[in-house]
Design a protein around this ligand. Structure first.
Ligand SMILES: Cc1cc2nc3c(=O)[nH]c(=O)nc-3n(C[C@H](O)[C@H](O)[C@H](O)COP(=O)(O)OP(=O)(O)OC[C@H]3O[C@@H](n4cnc5c(N)ncnc54)[C@H](O)[C@@H]3O)c2cc1C
Length: 338
């Protein structure tokens, strides 16, 4: 095999990509992970809810994963894949931003997604610290604190209802939402959620902590946590140029995949948040693992099919040779007889 040729190239070295690479490395596959190094949960100090790794910093988790891959000879390159091009034989050439092109028999796309935050000054700076989106990721750590919930769509009131499981002190800022259905007002009242009408202008921060939410009319509401509805936007680029089928979601088109992550492009899998916006780290890892197992089995069978063809070709040419030999021997015998 050429130096830059791999059985599988995994694009993205988050939980999904590393997990696919681990099972493929353990299957004695030649594997390259190309990772741009911007995992989605990088702004968070801790990763919660992954059994046996609950509370581990995301950077530590991924470094441990890369260490495990090294045992099996999997290469991890810090680079960005800019194009995946079919080579005409059912395999692929991948163009890298900095490195030389690489060749792959199969490709795993594990490129995650982009969280698009509501357009409000200060949100990005506090994202993953005290501006949050996921109570399952952070709720326990901020339980019983003064929660704000920023509505940017009417259905965001659902988030205010949900987070009452972690604190009874919840204020919903209607911000750009003009009104809610009557039934929603009733549910908010029953859940004890305060509702503030009026546009939010920004955040109050002191000593690197959120202290309040400031409205355009100047009122400030003391809050130490703000939940927002981040939009999990897909990164369709690489798959779109391959012409992969997509499925519509409220957040945009995500790849259409089967239960193993296989896309409609033969030889290309999509896993983790690249394939589905709802996956947490443990689910992303699970998707990667399943894709890895499937790809290895497919490669085993593809190689065996090739071997069968070669064997048949060999057997046929052997038979042909034998027939020629028999004929020659027959002629010779005939000649001798004559
Ligand atoms: C603030 C925050 C906190 C979170 N906390 C938790 C938590 O506590 N627990 C939990 O379970 N989940 C948490 N999540 C969700 C978690 O981040 C995702 O479930 C997880 O990161 C998905 O893993 P992934 O491998 O699919 O994608 P990612 O982890 O995002 O990894 C994708 C990787 O692909 C790379 N990449 C992208 N494009 C390219 C390219 N073209 N070439 C090469 N590399 C590329 C990226 O740089 C990145 O390194 C949190 C999310 C956020 C936003």
């Amino acid at each position: 095999m050429q130096e830059n040729a791999y059985d599988v190239v995994v694009i993205g070295g988050g939980a999904a990509g590393l997990s696919a690479a681990l099972v493929l490395g353990r299957s004695r596959r030649r594997v390259l992970v190309v990772d741009a190094g911007e995992p989605r949960n990088a702004p968070a100090a801790h990763m919660q809810g992954y059994l046996s790794r609950d509370g581990m910093p995301p950077t530590e988790f991924l470094a441990a994963g890369r260490g495990e891959l090294a045992r099996y000879g999997v290469r991890v390159a810090r680079d960005r894949v800019t194009a995946v091009t079919p080579d005409g034989t059912g395999e692929f050439t991948l163009t890298l931003a900095d490195g030389a092109p690489v060749h792959a028999r199969r490709v795993v796309l594990a490129t995650g997604l982009v969280d698009e935050l509501p357009d409000l000054p200060g949100l990005t700076e506090r994202w993953g610290q005290d501006v949050l989106h996921c109570p399952y990721c952070h709720g326990w750590e901020v339980r019983d604190e003064a929660f704000g919930v920023l509505a940017s769509e009417p259905f965001n009131s659902h988030q205010a209802l949900l987070v009452t499981q972690w604190s009874k002190d919840v204020t919903l800022f209607l911000h750009t939402v003009r009104d809610l259905p009557d039934a929603e007002w009733e549910r908010l009242a029953a859940a004890g959620v305060s509702v503030v009408e009026g546009a939010v202008a920004g955040l109050e921060v002191a000593d690197d902590r959120l202290t309040g939410v400031r409205l355009a009319d100047g009122r400030v509401f003391p809050r130490s946590v703000l939940f927002v509805a981040a939009k999990p936007v897909p990164r369709p680029g690489l798959l779109a140029t391959l012409g992969a089928d997509t499925r519509d979601t409220p957040y945009g088109p995500y790849p259409a995949i089967d239960e193993t992550g296989r896309t409609s492009v033969p030889g290309v899998w999509a896993v983790g948040n690249a394939a589905s916006p709802m996956e947490q780290v443990v689910n992303a890892a699970s998707m990667g693992y399943r894709a890895g197992v499937t790809i290895n089995a497919e490669l085993v069978m593809a190689d065996i099919d090739t071997a069968v063809e070669r064997r048949r070709a060999g057997a046929f040419s052997g038979e042909a040779e034998a027939a020629v030999s028999r004929a020659v021997l027959g002629e010779r015998a005939h000649g001798l007889a004559v």
